[in-house]
Write a protein that binds this ligand. Structure first.
Ligand SMILES: Nc1ncnc2c1ncn2[C@@H]1O[C@H](COP(=O)(O)OP(=O)(O)OP(=O)(O)O)[C@@H](O)[C@H]1O
Ligand SMILES: [Mg+2]
Length: 255
């Protein structure tokens, strides 16, 4: 039913025959061999595959942290594969919000400063920056933790700070690499609920994970093996993290 509207969404990611290899001394590692992939606005995609299959390499290319050795990449109508490092940094800052397994927060900075960072890079005035960062933190339920440093927060709170930081400059795409890998099940469920809310609000979500339970939330599942796409399927019965949280609340209330 929703297929027709999904098809009308603009193309966000269009990569064709990309490859990425690393040369280390005598040896060349072909981390990504030949991948072509199209992702439209407001898709919810999981990228799965065994360790070493090229998931993070692919995600780094999608996120403009790295360029492919071969092939073309068009991101939101920009030809990324021909950009230099400065242009890449600029488009990355504008289009992509990252959430990493290890949160990647700056330890000396407060929660608020960490979330403000992407806006510093984009040159926004200080007052507006602060207001946007405060809003983003309130949206992830951390309005009362703005002055805390990362080591004064729980793992789940740190990941929520990372999500607020990913969202603060309204990127076109949220890219997450094993976002729940360092979290307990309950906190991981919380993060997945947040992703679902973002997806419902029109964001595009790409989650790299090796956990089937996490991938079950996505509407499309891409499996990578040995640097190529092994399968690319629609998930007909996605698990709703929002419904799950709601049911958990109801059953708690019933006790
Ligand atoms: N900077 C690098 N230099 C050399 N080889 C690399 C580099 N980054 C990745 N590789 C190699 O490329 C292959 C793919 O690595 P990648 O990190 O993309 O795997 P992955 O699917 O994300 O694995 P995991 O599930 O363990 O995170 C691996 O064999 C890895 O050793
Ligand atoms: Mg990886």
């Amino acid at each position: 039913m929703t297929t027709s509207t999904e098809q009308e969404q603009p193309m966000l990611i269009d990569i064709e025959h990309i490859a990425k290899s690393y040369t280390m001394g005598e040896e060349t590692v072909h981390a990504v061999k030949d991948i072509s992939l199209k992702i439209r606005k407001n898709e919810y995609v999981a990228i799965m595959g065994p360790s070493g299959s090229g998931k993070s390499t692919l995600m780094n290319i999608l996120g403009c942290l790295d360029t492919p050795t071969k092939g073309s990449y068009i991101l939101n109508n920009n030809v990324v594969s021909e950009m230099d490092d400065n242009e890449l940094a600029e488009i990355r800052n504008k289009e992509i919000g990252f959430v990493f397994q290890t949160f990647n927060l700056l330890p000396r900075y407060s929660t608020l400063k960490n979330v403000e960072l992407p806006l510093v890079y984009s040159g926004m005035p200080a007052g507006e920056r602060k207001e946007r960062a405060e809003n983003a933190l309130r949206n992830v339920g951390l309005g009362d933790r703005m002055g805390h440093k990362p080591n004064e927060l729980s793992g789940g709170q740190r990941q929520r700070v990372a999500i607020a930081r990913a969202l603060v400059n309204s990127p076109s795409i949220i890219l997450a690499d094993e976002p729940t890998g360092n979290l307990d099940t309950k906190t991981g469920d919380d993060v997945m609920r947040m992703f679902e809310e973002l997806w419902l609000a029109g964001n595009t979500i790409i989650v790299v994970t090796h956990e089937p339970d996490i991938a079950a939330h996505a509407r499309r599942v891409i499996r990578v093996r040995d640097g190529i796409i092994e399968s690319d399927t629609i998930n007909e019965n996605p698990v709703s993290a929002i419904e799950k949280a709601h049911e958990a609340e109801l059953s708690e209330a019933a006790v």
